[in-house]
Design a protein around this ligand. Sequence first.
Ligand code: AMP
Length: 281
Amino acid sequence: MIVTPDIQQVRNIRHADPTLTWGFVPTMGYLHEGHLSLVRQARAENDRVAVSIYVNPTQFAPHEDLDSYPRDLERDLALLRAENVDLVFTPDDSIMYPPDFQTYVTVEKVTQPLEGASRPTHFRGVATVVAKLFNIVQPTRAYFGQKDAQQTVVLKQMVRDLNFDLELIVCPTVREADGLAMSSRNAYLSPAERKAATVLYRALSQAKVAFEQGERNGERLRTLMREIIEAEPLARLDYVSVADRRTLAELDEVGKGALLSMAVFIGKTRLIDNMLVGEEG
Ligand code: AMP
């Protein structure tokens, strides 16, 4: 496994044999089973696998957790070695954002609601860093988690709009035994908060059951989730949503399917989770 912060070295390795397919998994490190599920799918579907580890400052607002974001590079590299990863790109800020940096990628409509409403500069940072990583690694396929549902919608739009020559693949959310979606940020939770954090999964699951029992009213589904979150004393709701899975617009009436999603503060830690209900399309 080659570990390098050097863009030219990544390019040389990538292009050494043009007949090989490359799968790519961008991450911010502090890896867990959610990340590793992406790596395993990339391993199964490609000749070579590249992973990037980079805590991207442009996707954090000034008041957010950039400085405290958990990091453990040695542990991450051991986990990736065990998955037979070929290449790990570990740039730093001076490589990704040199002092004269001035170009950003702005995806318009689908970045406005949900996470974009709460974190107005977040997706500009995500789209910019992922566009850079795609240009550096030039993967055949890139793997992202359903955990960050809006991110997958935004990046699919960017791939289409900017004609990136790759296939973007979305992998299912990996959860702890009690339903909590795995996240590097779960490390911030105290034991009491960790227990309370299952409220996101409980709310989404109950809304999904209501949908499956025939509930199609968007507002009633949102209310159901909101009431479950509000009943948990350590939780503070940021938003709940029942939205079109492609446009992310809120739905009054759910047709065949929808994206149920939410952001909830558990103490100071902001967690997101989602479930798809119904059929595609
Ligand atoms: P991050 O390091 O948080 O930027 O995540 C890197 C990639 O892993 C993103 O595509 C995430 O959506 C994905 N990911 C994070 N948590 C999970 C999870 N619990 N299940 C599946 N994918 C995940």
